[in-house]
Design a protein around this ligand. Structure first.
Ligand SMILES: Nc1ncnc2c1ncn2[C@@H]1O[C@H](COP(=O)(O)OP(=O)(O)OP(=O)(O)O)[C@@H](O)[C@H]1O
Length: 304
């Protein structure tokens, strides 16, 4: 693949070199998670290890059920994990914290609160005064372009607007890492594209690391610095792929030949996972078994 040039005329090699020199803000070490399913324990994530750097944009993709949301919930501190370690901003994750924000696919705004009250929720919970929280909420609503809607209720908003409120509600707490689980999955394609651009604009202009879970290959390649591909049963890191496409990326990059090549490569990795490490290599090439005993005449007429 050609070395693309970034907007600041750096090659992508230089871009990634600089990226890897930044501090690691999220470290996942040998993370394992299992759940009781049908009376027995099923391993969902096994030995997942990752290092994500400050201000990196990482997408997590993989087949349905491979544990993407499970991983996101653990990083967010919403679920406990039996083994391994997750460290965000040098602190072991033991529960939810303001250093980690989360935006889900389902609209999770409080329906009885106005847009402004929803965004104020985090600061109020942190003990900030109402006027201070209100001032921050207004700033964030301005950033996501929803100032005019501060007194609306969630049911009066479109899906894209609700997700902008959810993003403002997460970012007002100034998290180090924002975890987004299929945030645009329920939006129509036009709104989704607008939201992708909006998110990239936000990400470029604030000091945030994003872990973005998606099923959508186009979305993953469009947004990511790197893509973590998980395989299923159990969920393990299959590959971590750099996206060497210059930024900013215009929406029509999805028709660029380098974009399509990369997407095809990732598609291939997702749909043709490599044998697992504990897979018996002798099973990979099963020999044709020669007949050991001669067939009698009657059986020779049957097609074996
Ligand atoms: N709390 C739970 N208790 C039992 N099983 C669970 C729990 N949470 C998740 N699972 C199971 O873990 C597996 C992985 O689920 P998860 O939602 O993380 O996958 P995913 O990759 O995000 O899937 P999708 O792409 O379909 O959203 C599934 O088999 C799911 O049923």
């Amino acid at each position: 693949m050609d070395k693309a040039h970034t907007s600041s005329h750096r090659t992508t090699d230089e871009y990634f070199k600089a990226l890897y020199q930044r501090d690691v803000v999220l470290q996942v070490d040998k993370l394992t998670q299992s759940f009781d399913q049908g009376g027995s324990k099923k391993v969902i994530l096994q030995d997942v290890s990752l290092q994500i750097h400050e201000r990196e944009f990482v997408c997590v993709i993989g087949p349905s059920g491979c544990g993407k949301s499970t991983l996101g919930r653990i990083i967010a501190g919403l679920d406990a994990y039996p083994s391994g370690e997750v460290i965000v901003d040098k602190e072991v994750v033991k529960g939810p914290s303001a250093s980690r924000g989360m935006v889900f696919q389902g609209y999770t705004l409080f329906p009885w609160k106005t847009v402004k009250q929803n965004v104020m929720f985090g600061p109020i919970m942190e003990g900030r005064s109402k006027s201070n929280a209100e001032r921050s909420a207004r700033e964030w609503l301005d950033i996501v372009g929803l100032s005019k809607y501060e007194n609306h209720y969630p049911h009066q908003l479109s899906g894209g607007m609700k997700q902008r409120v959810a993003i403002a509600r997460a970012l007002i707490n100034e998290p180090k890492v924002l975890i987004m689980d299929e945030p645009f999955g329920a939006l129509d394609p036009y709104t989704r594209q607008k939201m992708q651009k909006h998110l990239l604009d936000l990400w470029r202009n604030i000091d945030i690391t994003i872990v973005f879970i998606t099923h959508d290959m186009d979305e993953a390649v469009l947004l990511s610095d790197r893509i973590v591909v998980l395989k299923a049963n159990p969920g393990e890191v299959q590959d971590i792929i750099e996206v060497p496409l210059a930024r900013p990326r215009a929406p029509d990059i999805v028709t660029d030949s380098r974009f399509l090549q990369l997407k095809a490569r990732i598609n291939n990795i997702v749909h043709n996972p490599q044998p697992q490490p504990d897979f018996d290599p002798a099973l990979a090439e099963m020999p044709d078994i020669p007949r050991m005993v001669p067939l009698d005449k009657k059986d020779q007429q049957v097609n074996h």
